[in-house]
Design a protein around this ligand. Sequence first.
Ligand code: AFP
Length: 341
Amino acid sequence: MDHEADAYRTDLMTITRFVLNEQSKYPESRGDFTILLSHIVLGCKFVCTAVNKAGLAKLIGLAGETNVQGEEQKKLDVLSNEVFVKALVSSGRTCILVSEEDEEATFVERSKRGRYCVVFDPLDGSSNIDCGVSIGTIFGIYMVKDDHEPTLDDVLQPGKHMLAAGYCMYGSSCTLVLSTGEGVNGFTLDPSLGEFILTHPDIKIPKKGKIYSVNEGNAKNWDAPTAKYVEKCKFPKDGSSPKSLRYIGSMVADVHRTLLYGGIFLYPADKKSPNGKLRVLYEVFPMSFLMEQAGGQAFTGKQRALDLIPEKIHERSPIFLGSYDDVEEIKELYAAEVKGK
Ligand code: AFP
């Protein structure tokens, strides 16, 4: 990228302009999605500012405790949830919200109701906040088809029914990655403008990667296909070079790297957690949607991740996602296991 030229760019594609352009392809569209997205973007900007201040806030006695003025401070994940719930309800475009932070789904009151259901994790990877590691917000969007009274069935839908999905990563820069089902685009927050600018147009994941990403501390409890796959990454028998291991332990950061550099991210089942750790609706589905839209794959160990039909809003699933060829290899190992039985 030519940074000098970039500094003087005068034709900036903001996320709002980008989505409005997309919307103009559908003359029947009433702009509801653009309005919904602008409220999600507002939530992301708020959380970005709060995350940036978190280290400093800790120094002066904030973050979950009492500050110097003697006021109770909310934890960042709780605060982020409140911000997103309020922004989404006030958009007037949502009817059901499912948040990682709330045990029950929120049904929006009739007067503020719209057609969209938003499933989200307001601050994923929050155990990393105190050491300054990148964390993020993940979201997926469904739409109810008609004017019926919304029920949980409207969100207990396979991921392939999502209209859009994305994440915002709060790292060295604040990056929002979005797919509305026509490819994947990345936008970086320009703090001086307060706008997300298109910086990563039409992201395509490399067909095969050189990195695998998994919590190897769980290896003793893995099933045979996962164990074999990781062994192959480290000791390939086909003359190829071993893959590098990178694991941050913050899904947004691990998936973002996988999307840009290629490779595979795994959170498999193990003997202790037969369904893995990650949540279907607001972790597995949005990230699988983005991977497929970028040309990669996402697999649960049994099926295409986006075909899964969740039965509960906080359900978990094992997940293998990333470069097409890398996920293909793990699919073959699981298929061989089934055949061998
Ligand atoms: P926290 O929100 O508790 O930090 O969990 C983060 C997360 O859900 C996801 O972002 C990571 O990919 C995954 O957990 C890491 O889990 P392990 O610590 O078990 O590897």
